[in-house]
Every structure is written in structure tokens, then in C-alpha cells.
Design a protein around this ligand. Structure first.
Ligand code: COI
Length: 357
């Protein structure tokens, strides 16, 4: 019997573009590797999975993705181990599962998980020379799944395209990041699609984030859409609050993305004796904590952002600077996580998956 990886047809580029890339000045999401993965879904059946040269493709203006936003994506990374140069994926099974949860919510077909994992390994292995070297750099992996049927009736598409593209990446944020607590606009509601990595969730936050940028903030923290009383997630990250010596983060559910980095940080924190509380967090508690000094840190977690310390927060026109601590949880936990991701520390959790079998 054929192994799943052997089902993937491969057409390689005649000439790599890698020599055109300045790996010392990588802009997030600006450069793509030589190859991409593509697999179409037609007449209820997944078609032949293929790795092909990275390329543009065209669809008719009536393709459903342009009208009804049946589009989901994932964000993952491949890391080059510092000493050996071997390339590993970080917890890929989590993203694969989450993509299928998103697909279910948007009435899209399930992607066969074995083909998805084989595609990730085979594609990243083929373009492994594009995985940047060095602590903090990685190959950003963007699986994306769109509705392609040429039909503008408001019903799920019959045809789809699933793709994976790769981009060498450095830090997502540079410079200090301040967050604004958003109390006018909302990202998600109970029963909605907040937990899915749906393209539209990101479009919906651009305008409120632009307003925050005009006010000097780099990100917003969403509050619950009912009463704007509880803190949820930020635009590209889950959020953690250190209140006293406890680390508090909101529970995931209908409205909050179940972040892989969030889950990893909770595990690392608990295993290193930090008391973690996963519970609803009132805006009032955090703002009062900022005033009294009980709030010691805020940080965000996400694949692109990794672990990002926040320098201050804004709420109802007031700005609260946060202390800059030696041994901040954000820095300690980030280092622990990255030591595993770059093969510097042992991986007791089995998080790192080699791209070569
Ligand atoms: C990620 O962290 O991978 C994300 O998906 C956020 C993205 C919008 C940059």
C-alpha cells in the first residue's frame, strides 16, 4: 500500500529564488518560498494533492470566497534546531485539528488529517533551506482553505481549494507594544465564529485596530460583546495577566481562539510552579490592578507573535504604564518555550515533530 506522502505529486522549480532573499531583513509575510501545496475538493471528493512551484492562480469573480467569506486559515511555524540544523514543526496536530473545527463551523469539508500532516512535512522538507537560522527566526506556515465554486447563491460552496504557503519570518512585532481595551466594537459573540480561524474575524478587527493605532496603541484587547465587562483576546494573540504572582488568562470557548502557544505557555507555567488561573477576567480587576500595582504584567501569545510583553494599557482615555520587571513571567516562559522550539532544551512534551521521518 502507498504511504500517504507518496500520494503527493511533486513538481519542483527549475531555479530557486532563495538567493534573492535577505535573511537578515525579513519583513513578516513579504517573501514566499519556492513551493506551495495545493489540493482541490470537487464533486464531494478530494483531488490529487500536489506540491507545485509557488504561483498566482485565478478564479472567476463569482467564486464564493469573494462573496460570502467562506475562508479559513492557520498559522504555524517550522524551526531550525540551533545545533543540528534539523527542521521541526511545533505541535502540528493542534493546528490541523483546529483547522477542521473552523471548517466544520463554516460548513466546509474536513481536510484529511493524514494528508495535511504529510503535506506539511514534505513541503517544509523540500523548502528546508528557506527555514531561517537563529533564535527567534522561523519558517511561518500558512495553510489556507477557500470556497471556489462559481455560484453566488448564499449557500456553502461545492468546490474548494486547500493550500499551504511558507514564508521565512523574524519577529512579528518590533518595538514596544501598548494595548487598548476595546469597549465599543466587538469581535465575537456566543454561538458565533470567534473560535474559528475565519478570515472575516481578522477583517472585522482592522477598523477598530486602526482607531487604536491613531491613539498610539498597537493592538486592542477585545471585551465580551454583551457588556464589555470581561477581557477576551487581542487581534493576533491570546492574553495573559499577572495579578500578584498568579497568571490569569480567559477561558476559550465560542468567542476566543484556542491558541496553541497559549496552551503551551499554560503547560510550561504550571510545570514550573506558577499558579495559573483560567477564568473570566473583569476589565475592572485589571484596571484597578494597574492603578494599585497588583497588575504586574500583561503579555500576549500567538504563533506569529510568540510571547509578547505589553508595556502599557489604555482604558477609557487613560493610559497605564506597566512596570518593567526583571524575571518577568513573559521573558522566563518565552525562553523556556523557545529553548524547546530550537532544540536547546529537552522536549518532555513531544511537541517538536521532525519534518524528516
Ligand atoms: C498567527 O499568530 O499565526 C496568526 O494567525 C496571527 C496572524 C494574523 C498574523
Amino acid at each position: 500500500m502507498k504511504n500517504v506522502a507518496d500520494l503527493i505529486e511533486v513538481t519542483q522549480v527549475a531555479q530557486s529564488r532563495i538567493s534573492e532573499v535577505d535573511f537578515n531583513h525579513l519583513i513578516f509575510g513579504a517573501v514566499y518560498t519556492d513551493h506551495m501545496f495545493v489540493m482541490d475538493y470537487k464533486d464531494g471528493v478530494w483531488q490529487t494533492p500536489k506540491i507545485i512551484p509557488y504561483q498566482a492562480f485565478s478564479y472567476e469573480p463569482s467564486a464564493k470566497v469573494f462573496h460570502y467569506g467562506q475562508a479559513i486559515f492557520e498559522g504555524m511555524k517550522a524551526y531550525k534546531f540551533i545545533e543540528t540544523g534539523d527542521v521541526y514543526l511545533f505541535r502540528p496536530e493542534k493546528n490541523i485539528r483546529r483547522m477542521n473545527l473552523s471548517a466544520e463551523r463554516l460548513a466546509m469539508p474536513q481536510i484529511p488529517e493524514d494528508i495535511f500532516l504529510s503535506a506539511l512535512k514534505k513541503l517544509v522538507d523540500l523548502d528546508s533551506s528557506w527555514v531561517p537560522e537563529g533564535f527567534g527566526k522561523a519558517l511561518y506556515i500558512r495553510p489556507v482553505f477557500i470556497a471556489t465554486e462559481n455560484q453566488i447563491s448564499a449557500a456553502p460552496s461545492t468546490d474548494y481549494r486547500f493550500m499551504i504557503i511558507l514564508s521565512p519570518a523574524d519577529k512579528y512585532y518590533s518595538g514596544d507594544v501598548k494595548v487598548k481595551i476595546e469597549t465599543r466594537y466587538s469581535r465575537a459573540c456566543n454561538g458565533g465564529i470567534g473560535y474559528a480561524k475565519a478570515a472575516g474575524n481578522y477583517a472585522a478587527q482592522f477598523m477598530p485596530t486602526n482607531k487604536a493605532l491613531e491613539e498610539g496603541y498597537q493592538q486592542i484587547i477585545w471585551t465580551d460583546s454583551c457588556n464589555h465587562k470581561y477581557l477576551e483576546e487581542a487581534g493576533t494573540m491570546n492574553m495573559f495577566f499577572r495579578l500578584g504572582d498568579n497568571l490569569v488568562t480567559a477561558p476559550t470557548g465560542d468567542r476566543i481562539l484556542n491558541g496553541v502557544t497559549r496552551d503551551s505557555i499554560i503547560t510550561l507555567a504550571k510545570d514550573h510552579g506558577i499558579n495559573v488561573e483560567v477564568r473570566p477576567i473583569e476589565v475592572k480587576e485589571v484596571v484597578e490592578g494597574a492603578k494599585s500595582g497588583h497588575l504586574k504584567e500583561i503579555f500576549g501569545t500567538g504563533t506569529a507573535a510568540t510571547v509578547l510583553p505589553i508595556v502599557g494599557l489604555g482604558y477609557e482615555g487613560e493610559y497605564y504604564a506597566l512596570p518593567r520587571l526583571d524575571n518577568a513571567y513573559a521573558n522566563v516562559l518565552k525562553e523556556m518555550l523557545m529553548n524547546i522550539q530550537y532544540g536547546i532544551a529537552p522536549d518532555p512534551y513531544g511537541w517538536m515533530v521532525p519534518v524528516k521521518k
